[in-house]
Structures are given as C-alpha cells and as structure tokens.
Ligand binder design. Sequence first.
Ligand SMILES: *[C@@H]1O[C@H](CO)[C@@H](O)[C@H](O)[C@H]1NC(C)=O
Ligand SMILES: *[C@@H]1O[C@H](CO)[C@@H](O)[C@H](O)[C@H]1NC(C)=O
Ligand SMILES: *[C@@H]1O[C@H](CO)[C@@H](O)[C@H](O)[C@H]1NC(C)=O
Ligand SMILES: *[C@@H]1O[C@H](CO)[C@@H](O)[C@H](O)[C@H]1NC(C)=O
Ligand SMILES: *[C@@H]1O[C@H](CO)[C@@H](O)[C@H](O)[C@H]1NC(C)=O
Ligand SMILES: *[C@@H]1O[C@H](CO)[C@@H](O)[C@H](O)[C@H]1NC(C)=O
Length: 614
Amino acid sequence: MDSEQRRKRKRLLPLRRPSFHYPSLIWPLFLCFSCFAFFLFDGFSLRSAAFRPILISSHISSLSFSASNSIQDSTLGLPSFRIEDRVLFPDHILLFVSNSRSTGSSSSLSYLLRLHQDGELDCVYQKIRNNSDKAIQTRSQISAPALSVDQYDDSRSIVRCPFPPANFSVAINLRRKGQHGRGDRWFVQMDRSVHSWETLVYGAALDRGTAVVFVKGLNLRSFRESDPTQFSCHFGLGDLDKGSGFSLRTHAVTAAQEVVRCSLPLSIRKNPDKAQGIRVTISVASHSNTNHRAASARVPLPSVAKLFDSNNSEGKQKSRTNKRKNYELCACTMLWNQASSLREWIVYHAWLGVERWFIYDNNSDDNIKEVIDELDKEGYNVSRHIWPWIKTQEAGFSHCVLKARDECKWIGFMDVDEFFYFPFPTSQHRSMGYPGQHSFQSLVANFSSSTVIGEIRTACHSFGPSGLSTPPSQGVTVGYTCRLQSPERHKSIIRPEALDDTLLNAVHHFRLKSGYRYINLHQSTAVINHYKYQVWEVFRTKFFRRVATYVADWQENHNEGSKDRAPGLGTEAIEPPNWPLQFCEVWDTGLRDFVIANLADPASGLLPWERSLM
Ligand SMILES: *[C@@H]1O[C@H](CO)[C@@H](O)[C@H](O)[C@H]1NC(C)=O
Ligand SMILES: *[C@@H]1O[C@H](CO)[C@@H](O)[C@H](O)[C@H]1NC(C)=O
Ligand SMILES: *[C@@H]1O[C@H](CO)[C@@H](O)[C@H](O)[C@H]1NC(C)=O
Ligand SMILES: *[C@@H]1O[C@H](CO)[C@@H](O)[C@H](O)[C@H]1NC(C)=O
Ligand SMILES: *[C@@H]1O[C@H](CO)[C@@H](O)[C@H](O)[C@H]1NC(C)=O
Ligand SMILES: *[C@@H]1O[C@H](CO)[C@@H](O)[C@H](O)[C@H]1NC(C)=O
C-alpha cells in the first residue's frame, strides 16, 4: 500500500465506524485496505449501504507481510479480497470471494490457490452467543482448512468451507492460518448474510440481447414451458434483494425449469461492455397480487449471479483464436472425479474429430484440474468450468450451450464413460469417409447444411464389469467387452442454432425450435458404448461420493460428531455377489478391436492414453 492510499484511509476511518456490534474482540477484523480506498473513489462502485466493513485495528504497520512476500508481485500491490456472498449447501458452505479491482483477478486467484495448496487458507467460525446466557466464556472462534478454491467467473473465486459444528455460525470468514491479528485484514466481508441454496439466483449470462438467468427454487414444471409474465428481472449493483443499490427492471421473455430469459435494460443493450459484472436477480409476482403487479409486491430473490458475456469471458483469459463457429463439433460434459478416464475419453474422441471440450466440474477433488490443463497444453482445446450447484444438471447443460454456441456448430452431450463408435465398418460407409479418423466430425458435418435436422440421436449400449475385478490398465474401451443386449436410452448431438429459446432440456434432449427435428442414427451406423457398470471399486464411488471430504479437520473440536458430516456417510458399501459378471449378456469387442487397430502405437502397442495410467 502506498502512502497516498494510507492517507486516504486514515481520513476515512472516522466515517467508517463499525455498524455491527460484536461481543468478541478477536472477531472479525477483516478489512482489505486497498480495495476499501479504491471503492470509495471509484465512481462505478458500491454504495455505502452495501459496504460496511468492520474495523477495529488501525495499525497500518501491521499490514506489512513477511512470510507471504514470496508469493506477491510487488507491482500488483497488496492482494485483497472481499467475501461477497455465502451460499449454504446441505454439507458445505460456498463463499464468493472477489478481488479488489486494483489487482488482476487471475493474480488474486493464484494467490488464493497458493494459500490453499499450502494449507494456509482457513475458514473461521464464530460461536453463536446467547446474550442471556452469560455463563459461556469459552473461546469464541474455531477454524478449519478450506476444502477448495476455484475461479468462478471473471471477477470472483469460490472457496468451499466445511459446515460448521452446532452453535457456530454459518456466516463464515476466511483468514490466513495463524494470522490472528495481521492476515485477517485481507478478507473483508460485505455483509453477514448467508443465502440458502433452496431459493437463489445462481447464474446469469448475456446471450444475444437478453440475459439468461439461472434460478433455484421456482419449482417450475419439468420439461414444460412456464408463463414468463409472472417474473420480472432486476439489474444493478449492490444488494438487490435488500433493496439497496440501483436497479433497472425488465420483463422475462421465457421461463422454463430453472432458466428465465430476461430482456435487457436499454442502457445495457446499448453498451454491453458496461454490463460485465452487473448483478441480476428476478422477482416473482405473488399469487395474491397477479393482477396489479406493483413493484412493491415483487420481492427480488437473493442472487449471487453476475452478468458476463458467455462468449467473451473465456476469450479474455485464454485468448483462444477468435470464435465464429470455427469448430464443427464440440462436447459438453458434467463430471465429478473422473480424472482417470478423462484422457482416454478426450484423446479417443479427438481422433474421431471432436475439436473442443467444455468440462463442467461438479466439485471434483481429484486431480482433474491438472489433467485438463495438461490436455489443453497438448492442443486438445479443453476448458474446465466450475459448476458447484447441486441437482442442476439440466441447467448446467443449458449453460454450456451458451458457452459453446458461438464457437461450435454441433455440440455433443455425453458423459465421460460414454464413447461414440461406428460398429460396422462396411465398405459402403468407408466410401463416405468413416469410420476412420475424424469420421464423427464428418458424420455431423453432413447434417450442417440441413435446414431441418437440429439433433442427432445415438443409442447407448450399457457395458458391465466384463469379468474384471480391477480397473483395466489399457482403458475402458479396451477393458470392458461384455454388455446388455438391448440399448438403453440415447444421447444427442445438438445444433445450438436449432434450440428453442427456453434452452429447455431433459438432460440429453433439448427442445428444438419449431421447424427443426431430430434424426435417429441407426444402430448399424453408430452407437455409444456406455461403460456404466465398471469394476466395483469404480462403480461404488458413484454412489458414495465424497465420503471423506466433509469430515472436517477441526483445529478446536468443540462439538465432535455434530453437523460437520453429511448424512449417510460412514457406511461401507458392500460389493454385490458376482458383480464382475453382472450386466453381461453379449460379448462385444467391437470398440476394443477398433481402438487397438486404429490408435495403438505400432511399435510398442501402447495406446495414447496409457502413459498417464503408469
Ligand atoms: C438463550 O437462553 C435463554 C435462557 O437461557 C433461552 O430461553 C433461549 O432459548 C436461548 N436462545 C437460544 C437461541 O439458544
Ligand atoms: C448449543 O447451545 C445450547 C444453548 O446454549 C446448548 O444447550 C447446547 O448444548 C449447545 N449445543 C452444543 C452441541 O454445544
Ligand atoms: C458474442 O456473440 C454474439 C453473437 O454471435 C455477438 O453478437 C456478440 O458481439 C459477441 N460478444 C462479444 C463480446 O464478442
Ligand atoms: C484445437 O483448436 C484449433 C483451432 O483453434 C484446431 O486447429 C485444433 O485442431 C484443435 N485441436 C484438436 C485436438 O482438435
Ligand atoms: C453434483 O454432486 C452432488 C453430490 O455431491 C449431487 O447431489 C448433484 O446432483 C451433482 N450435480 C450435478 C449437476 O450433477
Ligand atoms: C448425409 O445427409 C443426407 C441428407 O441430409 C442424408 O441423406 C445422407 O444419408 C447423410 N449421409 C450420412 C452418411 O449420414
């Protein structure tokens, strides 16, 4: 912090007396001085109502760091963060942390990541005090290491914290480990409210003159369009749900499931660049009041959503060569902890012609990030998008369409254990250019000139453990060769231009605009091998997710065994008898033979993804 900032801050101190009362002296001391000063002098900034930091100490000298200096770039100044929002999930709490605007978001993200990797980022919990109970004089604060740190959007990172034990507040804060007095001030909390995941506006994206807003808690009917006139949209800065900050109101143009499409205020439409980072929420007309929708009758829902241009934000960070449908075929997937199979899935499909991948990561805690970075460096055009929202797969796919639509002519929605495959390489098919390299791409490209085909459906065969009891070292395509006879379900490759404006989907099928239809690929042309029932040690993790993650490692365990674990944990899954031969009706070595014939190294026999399994 330079001396000019210090002077400003000193002058400001008297104006900023604490507006909250805290019984504890050590709680909470969070303030980031540089962003503090910055906001007060930045015209496009927060109103005072939305920004009431708590200030106790004014010893500026204590802001000089010693141990941390190695991870600071002096040209960037002091890293500083604001805790903007907290979202309460059943088994953890999500904190939205933004950097001060004077430092770049990527540098502050890497700073937080570094703290986390070094085990230095702590979630701090305050004891809930009962004022009438004067007897309690125990220490009022405990901490636990943060569970994860990720970039969420252009301006915010998310930090996941364990659920607090009983009698500790969910209004969590962060601090650097061991820095009771000094490091605390890096984190400033905007307010102490915590949003419930039951009702929350959780995402937003600009899309061609509208804002697409993702909302939990509307309970709209599934796979049906709902009446958009019951919703209004609100745009602005500050806490819209508390009525402070300015707000522009528009109407909703479509609504379905968890997705509401809003028209944009004129000022934003005219100047979309200014819209970056603007907060969005919606309000619902109350039932008693549907006829006269007075503004007062509409209470905006709590929101953590900020507008970012969906085709733009990625580009700024990665500078992918510019856009405009330069990919014929892309893939969207949502996964959790499938790092081990990701390389095989991507390398295989890249060979068949998929050019670009959008990986929606639902709170993985394996090394998926490293695997994705590695693949991207190798030229596979893979990007990871954090999707921390639970039970929102349909909305996640709609979101992925918005991410991908300006880059991709076709988007396949498949899981990481599903492999597109051409079963019968007849001479007739060969003459049409497949099933060799890029044949998947040629297949969809053949429909690109069609004015009616908006979706290509492919049937799935479900494979069983195929007699194995340990994961196949050559990968799933070579290892699993026994399946159920009849296909189950099917998966779709869609054309974003053909989708209905609602982005309505039932996971793998989107509603198409009128005039478009789907086509079923015949099973003799293409199928998807779905490695659904793998060896027991793989299969069981699908059902017993994250057994260990949320058992907090409390530094001061005041309330052992209380709410800090998710329900249903601790039960050991038992392998069903004869698991290796379940789901085995027909042996099918088609894809194995195909992979070995086409992808194995002629000299070593190794498959391109095998090295990562060593
Ligand atoms: C606080 O203590 C009083 C009396 O001891 C009790 O009646 C009340 O329920 C307590 N409140 C909470 C929130 O525990
Ligand atoms: C929480 O606080 C209440 C009231 O102060 C007390 O009766 C209860 O035992 C506490 N629970 C735990 C788990 O400490
Ligand atoms: C995003 O894509 C739309 C439609 O192609 C385009 O009109 C808009 O200008 C793009 N936005 C940016 C920031 O490139
Ligand atoms: C990645 O994208 C570039 C163009 O941006 C393309 O040339 C390349 O083939 C893609 N990589 C793969 C593996 O498809
Ligand atoms: C993400 O994982 C949680 C379990 O931790 C699950 O309940 C949720 O449905 C998943 N979300 C999606 C979108 O798959
Ligand atoms: C290519 O598309 C045309 C019509 O769009 C269709 O008749 C033909 O069978 C397609 N070829 C393949 C290989 O799918």
